[in-house]
Design a protein around this ligand. Structure first.
Ligand SMILES: [Zn+2]
Length: 84
């Protein structure tokens, strides 16, 4: 099987996202993002959160586990929307 980035599922892409960002990839131009509105919206949310984190902690490097915090924050959002 060849690995076509456009054929990634959203879950697969999002699982790779921390690695891609950690590797310094510009995920905004990732083929999956270009072809997937859902993940574009997700990225916009993540950028907002990351920007807020930079403003909260301007003098420190983002911790290794920042993305885990973001992921669990998103998880909480999903949990909340389930309660409606
Ligand atoms: Zn997607």
């Amino acid at each position: 099987m060849t690995e076509d980035p456009k054929s990634l599922s959203c879950a697969d892409f999002q699982a790779q996202l921390p690695d891609l960002i950690g590797a310094g990839e510009n995920v905004a131009i990732h083929p999956h993002v270009l072809s997937c509105e859902l993940c574009r919206a997700l990225l916009a949310d993540l950028e907002t959160i990351a920007e807020a984190a930079r403003q909260l902690f301007p003098s420190v490097e983002p911790p290794e586990d920042l993305w885990e915090h973001i992921e669990s924050a998103l998880q909480h959002e999903e949990d909340r929307s389930d309660l409606k």
